[in-house]
Design a protein around this ligand. Structure first.
Ligand SMILES: NC(=O)c1ccc[n+]([C@@H]2O[C@H](COP(=O)([O-])OP(=O)(O)OC[C@H]3O[C@@H](n4cnc5c(N)ncnc54)[C@H](O)[C@@H]3O)[C@@H](O)[C@H]2O)c1
Length: 277
């Protein structure tokens, strides 16, 4: 069921990271509102599981096992989309992961890998989708940034923050260049949303969840489904005059400027753990 304001009937949405988490939730929400989806992830098993949920809604899917850090693979992906659907109305640019290391220890190779994955990959996806949307005269792109796009997190996030900072500037540049030609580009910046990686980090540091929650006025961590409404809104005509926006999805974190964890507090936590062993 979807009201006409949020209808995505017969639109084609490309969603990366579709095997789980924010990507899966985005793809499901778009399909629930009528879109056909191209489901992109390096994890084929998870992506097939998302696809079978979407097919049960009666929508078409194309599953692509694509590494979004590889621009050649992205070019091939969009050729498949051309052959199957002949258009792209929405891009959910979501896949990608970071790497945790202290600034003094981060290797240049790891920094390159993170930038390739989160910056070059996101740009190549925008470029391929954007070219098609420009030719159509309409389209919408939702890039996923992070709290780390605008605020320092500490805790070894240097490479991730450098990359996510670039994602919001990319969004602003693309929206400025493409808005008058009908293509909108926005960026959603989540705070901590539960996923397997975050759960493992919280399990290995018993203070971490509490520190996250102190920065979230809403009083809970994010859930993947928290993106569903935003994704439908940004894909639909209801957001027609919204472009270049950086949209926090963070339970109020940025509003109170909660930021990250300073080094001296991390040192105190580490010594507390060492003493309690
Ligand atoms: N979860 C959070 O707290 C949070 C907060 C801010 C930003 N983000 C960002 O949002 C995005 C999605 O987060 P999530 O919580 O859904 O993560 P997740 O780890 O649950 O899922 C990420 C998905 O992306 C896929 N992926 C990663 N790199 C890929 C690549 N190079 N090519 C193809 N697929 C790839 C993985 O296989 C996985 O299915 C990530 O870019 C993440 O950095 C997440």
């Amino acid at each position: 069921m979807s009201s006409s304001l949020f209808s995505l009937t017969n639109r084609v949405a490309v969603v990366s990271g579709a095997a789980q988490g924010l990507g899966r939730a985005t793809a499901l929400a778009l399909a629930q509102h009528g879109a056909h989806t191209v489901l992109v992830d390096r994890n084929l098993v998870g992506t097939e599981a998302t696809a079978s949920q979407i097919r049960s809604l009666g929508r078409e899917t194309l599953v692509a096992q694509t590494d979004v850090a590889n621009p050649d693979a992205i070019a091939e992906l969009f050729q498949q989309v051309d052959a199957r659907f002949g258009r792209v109305d929405f891009l959910g640019n979501i896949a990608g992961d970071g790497h945790l290391a202290k600034p003094e220890d981060l290797t240049i190779a790891d920094l390159h890998r993170v930038l390739q994955n989160l910056v070059v990959g996101r740009f190549a996806m925008c470029q391929e989708a954007g070219r098609r949307m420009l030719a159509q005269g309409r389209g919408s792109i939702m890039n996923i940034g992070s709290l780390a796009s605008s605020t320092a997190l500490g805790r070894g996030h240097i490479a991730y923050s450098m990359a996510m900072g670039a994602v919001i500037q990319m969004t602003r540049e693309l929206s400025t260049e493409w808005a008058y030609r009908g293509v909108r580009v926005n960026c959603v910046t989540p705070a901590q949303v539960v996923n397997p990686g975050l759960e493992a980090r919280m399990a290995s540091d018993s203070t971490l969840e509490g520190r996250f929650l102190r920065g979230i006025p809403a009083g809970r961590l994010g859930r993947p489904n928290d993106i569903m409404g935003l994704a439908v809104f940004l894909a639909s005509d209801s957001s027609e005059w919204i472009t270049g926006a950086i949209i926090p999805m963070d339970g109020g974190n940025m509003a109170m400027n909660a930021g990250g964890t300073p080094g001296h507090e991390q040192r105190a936590v580490q010594s507390f753990h060492a003493e309690s062993k």
